[in-house]
Write a protein that binds this ligand. Structure first.
Ligand code: BJW
Length: 251
């Protein structure tokens, strides 16, 4: 699909753009994705680690996975794809970014209208009480240490402040995601395999709302079938080209 043709269709809509984002956007920043070639960690699949059951059975295994990801994240920086979404916001064309990523790279790129529906890896909370803290600086260099216990209630473990399989998304975050979807007339679906609910349903709601849905991915996904356009290629290349040309065309 020719990117210029897609842009002409977007311009005709007087676009209000919501972006739905997955792990593929942070690949060029060095962050591994969940599925596909680099989706394995020590022979475990994400589905085997990102669950409350896995944490209760083997919290050290789950914490080791999060610490390994945190060590990569602390070296990571936003890439041109993150920055292009910030530019859309600065030009008042963006309604907001709905991200499944827990890495916080949109915020570092300067975006402000972000909802992190699967939580934030830089924070952790007590499994029992309301204690909540940032943890991305104090343990970064340590590969494997004792399990973190809650400093307030002392006997209970801390866990990453993220959403695991079988857990519900924060209702306010999800409401914000739904509102942005309904307030927009263009949805960009960027670097997600589109297999994890409920985020996988947002492009369907967007279509029902007569929005134009445009996918940016390196390959076909289950979402491709109901996208108006799929722009295949690394989004750190295709997305900046798309947003730069769109912004130029809208001057
Ligand atoms: C590039 C690229 C480049 C690469 N450029 N592109 C049966 C049927 C349907 C649903 C269910 C079911 N059984 C249970 C469910 C519900 C379940 C679910 O969806 N499961 C499916 C897997 C089957 N969902 C839930 O449980 C959710 N909660 C919920 O539904 O609550 C209600 C409920 C409660 C109880 C029972 C039932 C319902 C919660 C989901 C939480 C997901 N959590 C994780 C971990 C978060 C914390 C962490 O990061 O550790 O979220 S799992 C993991 O998957 C992570 C991601 O955010 C999420 C999505 O992955 P994403 O981002 O799409 O990454 P990948 O790796 O899959 O894809 C990367 C893509 O990028 C690929 O397409 C590449 O091609 C592409 N790419 N490089 C562009 N350079």
């Amino acid at each position: 699909m020719n990117i210029d043709t897609v842009i002409e269709t977007v311009v005709e809509k007087k676009p209000k753009i919501v972006s739905v984002v997955g792990a593929g956007i942070s690949k060029a920043s060095g962050m591994p994705t969940f599925r596909g070639e680099d989706g394995l960690w020590n022979n475990y699949r994400a589905e085997e680690l990102a669950t409350p059951y896995a944490f209760s059975r083997d919290p050290k295994l789950v914490w080791d996975w999060y610490r390994a990801r945190m060590r990569i994240l602390l070296e990571a920086e936003p890439n041109p794809a993150h920055c292009s979404l910030t530019k859309l916001e600065e030009k008042n064309i963006s309604t907001g970014i709905i991200t499944q990523n827990v890495d916080g790279l949109h915020e570092i790129a300067g975006s402000k209208k972000i909802v992190e529906v699967h939580g934030r890896i830089r924070y952790r909370r007590c499994v029992n009480c309301d204690h909540f803290e940032r943890w991305d600086s104090n343990e970064k260099a340590q590969k494997s240490i004792e399990l973190p216990y809650c400093p307030k209630c002392e006997t209970n473990l801390l866990r990453p402040d993220v959403v695991w399989f079988g857990e519900t998304l924060d209702s306010q975050s999800w409401q914000q995601a739904a509102e942005w979807t309904m307030q927009s007339n263009v949805m960009l679906v960027i670097g997600t395999s589109g297999v994890v609910a409920p985020v996988s349903t947002l492009p369907i709601y967007a279509k029902q709302n007569n929005s134009l849905v445009i996918e940016f991915n390196i390959e076909q996904t289950p979402i491709s079938g109901y996208c108006d356009y799929s722009l295949f290629g690394p989004c750190e290349e295709t997305l900046p080209e798309f947003t730069d040309k769109l912004i130029e065309r809208m001057k």
